[in-house]
Design a protein around this ligand. Structure first.
Ligand code: HEM
Length: 252
């Protein structure tokens, strides 16, 4: 057995992998919320030859374009984005593999009358983590087909026109509310995940626990609420129609 396979085979190794991959996904979501909040900063007004009015190029579209070209000319277009996608995909796969294996192990070790024991609360959280994790996984698949691949089209979809794609989808109340409900589940999943991560890393300690729990709540609810605000803002008409613009303006 190599050192890695010994580490992987142990419970602490799996917990560590769950914690590190969870941290990568948490970091992604912190960046994702910052990117999504650009819907609130509006657009740049670009004068195009012959146009009577300036044309709006939404900041979120410019940010999306930046993510596709970042690293150029050192590396080709989409290179950095695909690198990040591979890291994210590996993290999701590993995260699921280790948490499923850990929960199978703890189910085997569980005494028959565990429901009456003190472990009941912990096992409720573990079951909730499995269910919410599965829902978030189904959401991610739907979400990628929706806003990235444009395979599930609700309203209009045009690649790179992020603001208009969001606006067009979230004017549909079922879609907007569906996204908000998943974000509420995600908030709890992240909160419990961050708290478990502190325990796995051995950071928990009676002197610090109140602070660590508060940090886990503020970070998780903050990220989920920031994301959920986007469908709500479009649904309620808080965000304006910024109009159409020719895609070549993003290259400028
Ligand atoms: C209300 C909540 C959310 C909104 C409004 C939102 C919005 C978006 C948009 C507009 C895109 C496409 C960006 C582009 O084309 O440049 C996108 C991509 C993506 N989103 Fe979300 N998102 C939300 C929640 C989430 C959550 C909870 C996750 C993960 C758990 C997630 C994971 C992703 C991923 C992996 C991509 C693809 C990035 C790429 O590879 O290009 N999103 N999101």
């Amino acid at each position: 057995m190599t050192r890695f396979s010994k580490f992987y085979a142990s419970s602490i190794g799996k917990k560590f992998i769950a914690a590190v991959t969870g941290l990568v996904l948490f970091g992604f979501l912190a960046g994702h919320v910052a990117g999504n909040l650009k819907v609130y900063t509006g657009a740049d007004h670009v004068m195009v030859d012959g146009a009577e009015d300036a044309i709006n190029v939404p900041h979120i579209d410019q940010y999306g374009h930046f993510l596709r070209v970042v690293g150029e000319p050192l590396v080709p277009k989409l290179f950095v984005l695909w690198g990040a996608r591979v890291v994210l995909l590996l993290s999701v796969v590993l995260h699921i593999m280790v948490v499923v294996q850990l929960s199978m192990k703890s189910a085997e070790a569980r005494p028959v009358d565990y429901v009456k024991s003190k472990k009941a609360a912990a096992s409720w959280a573990a079951r909730y983590m499995m269910v919410s994790g599965l829902i978030v996984l189904a959401f991610i698949i739907f979400h990628l087909l929706h806003f990235t691949a444009g395979v599930i089209v609700i309203g209009d979809f045009e690649e790179g026109k992020v603001y208009n794609n969001l606006r067009s989808s979230f004017r549909n109340p079922i879609v907007a509310i569906g996204y908000v409900v998943v974000m509420a589940m995600l908030a709890f999943h992240m909160y419990h995940g961050v708290w478990s991560l502190f325990q796995t890393l051995g950071l928990d300690n009676p002197d610090r626990n109140r602070f660590l729990r508060a940090f886990a709540i503020v970070a998780s609810v903050g990220i989920a609420a920031g994301l959920a605000s986007v469908p709500l803002a479009f649904l309620t008409g808080m965000l304006p129609d910024l109009g159409e613009y020719p895609s070549y303006l993003l290259e400028k």
